[in-house]
Design a protein around this ligand. Structure first.
Ligand code: UT7
Length: 326
């Protein structure tokens, strides 16, 4: 039996930073409100010419370098994104071209904030079934391009960035267990209304701002904690582990109050919860990818560490993945 393992991690954050003070000049908000209600202080903003693929590229190159692999070694590329370059071709195809990888399998996953976890689990299945050997998984988002900069209830929340993981096959089980779920009945709580086949783009949709994220934050908040706790507990149970076995939780970074409530219910102390929401805001699929990468860079993940990823987002979709670092 061959098992999938993470061999290298990478990240990329575009250089431009937008502070809460900058936002005070754009909408009726305050640093105090944003900090206390969300935990966010700054977020990175992609440039006009950037897209999901251009942010994914440097993150992918770093992950490949750290894995000791070349693009030619890849036989699968998955990009998790809700801000793809285009509806099609997939962002994974653009990334394959930029990397000059072989003409391998490429596809995108649209699972919002849980996208990176969904993509890791998909790559794991394809590696452990023997179909592929080396996979590149990227969570890349340019959320600020689908943000309504007149809507203070959403524009203070989002940021841009990318996180990447290279998976290879190994002899020890590392991705121990996962718990993924979805419930479309809550779809209206967080969505991009137009631009798809249901409401194609038109002058009307542009005028009515239907190409920007719409969110019922308060209702989502109430669901987020319970769903993230259940997902993590279910994944841990499948691995025959308890929350006391967890060395580090790298959660989706939507709101510090959500993360703190999840950590408290899982009885995890502060030192076991990786936080970067203050610097980056909510980067959807890139959030848990960058959190995992930075937890590793900062030495919080070592050999045999039990790492838990946990995310929740539009769909609704959620997912948790338990990893024993090898
Ligand atoms: O990525 C995964 C999915 N996303 C989430 O899980 C997000 C979950 N939701 C949240 O994180 C929070 O609900 C938010 C941060 C989005 C909002 O925080 P909240 O504590 O739920 O605030 P609220 O929406 O209940 O609004 C409270 C007040 C309202 O004023 P009134 O009606 O009480 O007078 C809002 O108009 O805060 C006002 N408000 C703001 N005030 C200053 C909303 N946005 C802002 C703002 N600055 N940016």
């Amino acid at each position: 039996m061959k098992y999938a393992k993470i061999a290298g991690l990478g990240k990329y954050l575009p250089p431009k930073i937008l502070t809460n003070r900058d936002l005070e000049k754009i909408v009726d908000t305050s640093d105090e409100w944003i900090t206390t209600r969300t935990g966010i202080k700054t977020r990175h903003i992609a440039s006009k010419k950037d897209s999901a693929s251009t942010l994914a590229l440097p993150a992918a190159k770093l992950a490949l370098k750290r894995a000791g692999l070349k693009p030619k070694d890849l036989d699968l590329i998955i990009v998790a994104t809700i801000t793809p370059d285009r509806q099609f071709p997939s962002t994974a195809c653009y990334l394959q071209d930029y990397l000059k990888a072989d003409t391998v399998a490429c596809f995108d996953i649209a699972a919002a904030c849980s996208g990176f976890i969904y993509a890791l689990v998909a790559a794991q299945g394809l590696i452990e079934s023997g179909i592929f050997k080396n996979a590149l998984v990227v969570g890349s988002e340019v959320l600020t391009k689908i943000t309504d900069w007149d809507d203070r209830s959403t524009c203070v929340l989002f940021g841009d960035g990318a996180g990447a993981a290279v998976l290879t096959s190994g002899r020890k089980k590392s991705l121990l267990s996962s718990s993924l779920g979805g419930d479309g009945s809550y779809g209206e709580l967080l969505l991009l209304p137009a631009g798809g086949s249901r409401i194609p783009a038109s002058k009307e949709t542009v005028k009515n701002k239907l190409h920007f994220v719409k969110m019922k934050g308060n209702e989502l908040f109430r669901l987020a904690v319970r769903i993230m706790v259940n997902a993590a507990e279910s994944a841990l149970e499948k691995a025959h582990l308890k929350s006391s076995d967890v060395d580090i939780l790298a959660p989706h970074q939507a709101n510090i109050r959500i993360i703190n409530a999840v950590a408290s219910r899982l009885k995890l102390t502060e030192d076991k919860v990786y936080l970067n929401i203050g610097r980056y805001g909510n980067m959807s699929s890139a959030s848990s990818a960058v959190a995992l990468c930075e937890a590793w860079e900062e030495g919080k993940i070592k050999k045999d560490s039990i790492v838990v990823l946990d995310a929740f987002g539009g769909g609704l979709v959620w997912g948790s993945l338990v990893i024993k670092w090898v």
